[in-house]
Design a protein around this ligand. Structure first.
Ligand code: A3P
Length: 302
């Protein structure tokens, strides 16, 4: 599998020769978001952190859009879907000046590793939600994301070939295995960090219970009726119907056929409709090797 470094870009080829192109951020492939990525990323360490900021962190396709909606509603106490999208508050997409103008409390989000987050999150003891999802569902969701966002990735491969790209970490934000191991180590190094760990599968299985835990992390109290409405408004079908229309014309053009697909299926276990038996065996062997010594555990069935 070949890798070409072209200035500030990285270009990878899948086994069939289909290319996928990224911004080279310290050797990790990042999406080439609009604007000046080099300048934006250079400014991030000194981003002005506020005491009431929330940072949602997780590898791509772990459910950030969902948790962003839940978090906004929990903080505001209002159970109306947000007529904006989480990309509007994403550290890698928006310039610091634009985020500086956003009202508090800001629900920011990112796929960065902990050492690359704004330096002040340590001093200000910022609230961080660290989001995890089982890697087989992440891999499938990631495939549809990279194929769908043709304006960003210009990728035209199929599942069989993408699978190898993903295992090799030649996808946006690099290797999932590296990402979760890195975070696990960093969280051990910073035991006092204000972090709430949330698994996609738990939110799916016990939505209200997990939402209550989040509320307690934020120090807010909401009543039974609020949680019932929250569950309705943040249900996959309701969110898809509402949020698919919350993208600007320009954002739509990044997607194949101008149709955003952040809200695709929203289930646990969709990997079973994609993985062959051989792929599953290969994945399990790599997972075993790469997570050796890790405390991480995942749920693969819905
Ligand atoms: P699928 O592609 O498996 O459907 P992210 O927001 O980090 O990009 O993650 C996207 C994944 O979260 C997608 O997974 C998407 O469908 C799922 N998702 C979004 N909103 C959801 C919701 N309300 N309930 C369950 N899953 C949701």
């Amino acid at each position: 599998m070949s890798v070409v470094k072209d200035g500030e870009h990285l270009i990878y080829k899948d086994p069939a020769g289909n290319t996928i192109k990224f911004f080279d951020y310290k050797g990790i492939p990042f999406p080439i978001f609009p604007g000046n990525m080099t300048k934006r990323m250079a400014k991030l360490p000194n981003f002005k952190v506020r005491p009431d900021d929330v940072y949602i962190c997780g590898y791509v396709k772990s459910g950030t859009n969902w948790v962003w909606e839940v978090t906004n509603m929990l903080l505001s106490g209002l159970t109306e879907n947000i007529s904006n999208n989480k990309q509007s508050m994403m550290l890698e997409i928006k310039d610091a000046e634009e985020l500086d103008d956003k009202p508090s409390p800001r629900v920011l989000n990112t796929h960065l590793l902990l050492p690359d987050l704004p330096k002040d999150i340590f001093a200000k003891n910022s609230r961080i939600i660290y989001l995890l999802r089982n890697p087989k569902d992440v891999c499938v969701s990631h495939f549809h994301h990279d194929l769908g966002l043709s304006g960003l990735y210009q990728y035209n491969g199929d599942w069989q070939n993408y699978f190898q790209l993903w295992l090799d970490g030649h996808v946006d934000y690099g290797s999932w295995f590296d990402y979760v191991r890195h975070w696990e180590e960093e969280l051990k190094l910073h035991p006092n960090l204000n972090v709430h760990v949330l698994h996609y599968e738990n939110l799916k299985l016990n939505f209200i219970e997990e939402a209550r835990k989040l509320a307690s992390f934020f120090g807010v109290e909401r009543d039974k009726q609020f949680y019932e409405r929250l569950a309705e408004k943040c249900d996959f079908k309701t969110m898809k119907a509402f949020k698919d229309d919350c993208y600007t014309e320009v954002e739509n053009t990044f997607w194949r056929n101008n149709k955003p697909n952040f809200f695709r299926k929203g289930v646990v276990g969709d990997w079973k409709t994609h993985f062959t038996v051989a792929q599953n065996e290969q994945f399990d062997a790599i997972l075993k090797e790469r997570l050796r010594g890790s405390q991480l555990q995942f749920t693969y069935e819905g």
